[in-house]
Every structure is written in C-alpha cells, then in structure tokens.
Design a protein around this ligand. Sequence first.
Ligand code: GUN
Length: 303
Amino acid sequence: MTFLIKSESGALIIDGKAVAAGVLEGVATEVAALGLKPGLAVVLVGEDPASQVYVKSKGRAAETCGFHSVQHTLPRETTQADLIALVQTLNADPAIHGILVQLPLPPQIDSQLVLETISPAKDVDGFHPVNAGLLAIGDRKRALVPCTPAGSLILLQTAAKELGISIAGLDAVVVGRSNIVGKPMAQLLLAESATVTIAHSRTRDLAGVIARADIVVAAVGIPEMIKGAWIKPGAIVIDVGINRVAGEGLTAQGQPKTRLVGDVEFAAAAARAAAITPVPGGVGPMTIAMLMSNTLSAARRKA
Ligand code: GUN
C-alpha cells in the first residue's frame, strides 16, 4: 500500500486515510486471533453536532474491527453524579475494555473529575493522570497514549521512513499545549529523541521558532494560523487542526457552503515542506484508528 502521494510542489502528502486503514486492518486481524471480543463503550452527553458525528464514526470503526460496541447517549441536563455512576458501572462491566466519554461535556459537569473516574486500565483516551504519568516517565508499554498524538507520531514516522531520515536529534516544535494533544505529543517526540519545543499562545516570535523546526506539529485550533512562509524548507509538517470555515457559493439546499482547513496554510507550506498531512484526510482518520488500537491493547492486557 502506498501512504504517500507526491504533490505538484514536490512535497509528500501523507495519506492518513490509507495509514489508518492499515492500522484498522491490523486491529481486526488481531481481534480474530485474540479469543475475546474487545468491548468499547462511548458516552455522549448532549447533542453537540460535531460530537455526534465523531461518536458515530467511533461506533462504526469498532464494529468493523469486530468489537462489542455500545453507545450511551445522555441528555444535556445529565447531572455529574449520574454520569459518574454510569462510568462506575462501565468500570465494573467485564464485557467493556475501553471507555470514552466524548468531550466537551456540558458546563454543570466537571470534565476532569469524570475523566479521573474512568479506570486507568479502560482509559482508551489516555487522559487519566495515571496514563499521562506513565507516558511522561517513558513507559509506553503500560501507558494508554492519547489517540491523536499517537496517530500523529505514526504519520510522522511514515514520512521520515520514506524520506530516509531519523527523528532522533531533529528539532521538533509542537504548537499547542493541551492535555489532549500538545503535551502528550511533546512526550512522544521526546521519547523519539527529538529536541522538543512546545510553543503556545504566549510564545514570542512563533514565526522564528517554527522557522528552525525540522518537524512541526500544529495543534492550535485556529484556521491556517501557521503560515507556509514560516516553514523551514524540507521540514515535516503534521497538521492536527480541523477547522470549519466559510466556503464559496451555496449548497443544493441553499445553505452557505463550508470547507475544512487545518491550522497550517496548506498550499504555501506544501511548497516548502518535504512532507505534510492534508486536512481532511491526514491526522483525523488516525485518531479513530488509534482508539481501536488502544481498545485492543486494553482488552489484550485483560486476556
Ligand atoms: N473531543 C474531541 N476530541 C476528543 C477525543 O480525542 N476524545 C474525547 N473523549 N473527546 C474528544
């Protein structure tokens, strides 16, 4: 299978959909040999349309992999106590190996408290402090690693292999310091022996910091904030952003068209980079694939 497409500008476009399909195929094959059906429970509170789409895709991928897949949809008014009670029930359920509570949660609920209620062994999002701590001490064997950074690393490794370069010793800049992407991504890059900088909203001279980077991972959630002209020629660019912006014209239903863009100005960055992930079709599909991979790992440890 080919995971990389040569673009007109010469940059390799990293095909996240193809890499994710490979990961899912591997998971499905292992499930068939495991002798136990991995169980994934996804919990959605409220009716956020983006969350509904994500949760549906997660359920579909779980079924494709041969998992036992359950979804709990709770009303927006759900109390913190009720959500915690559901998580505790899932913690105790032997048919469930992975629990994911879709974020964001409504304002009456303390998200961190809910995430910390999930048993670390079933925390397939990798957000529990125990898993964050295991990643921080470099124990990849025992940690469940957050899906988006784990998938981003695989795309980066795919590109580096194709380019014939080693990640060790390279200057990597992660833009964004969230617990979900930025911080765990920095830990993963450090474990690969990259020299890691975490840039964020208070960083002075972001353009200058990025201009020195051999690897850029953009996770800020601001459409095309990272300008193509900042990218060092020959760098590898992993764009985690998925931002919906106004498009051109109207849909068949007469609604204004929208389109998805990343955190990086794609065309201008592709003109300088050695390899880059597209949006959509880059990191996005990898997040769901890594969720399946984490659920398999959690089940395997139980088996
Ligand atoms: N909302 C947006 N991304 C994520 C994710 O990776 N996990 C969960 N639980 N919620 C999300």
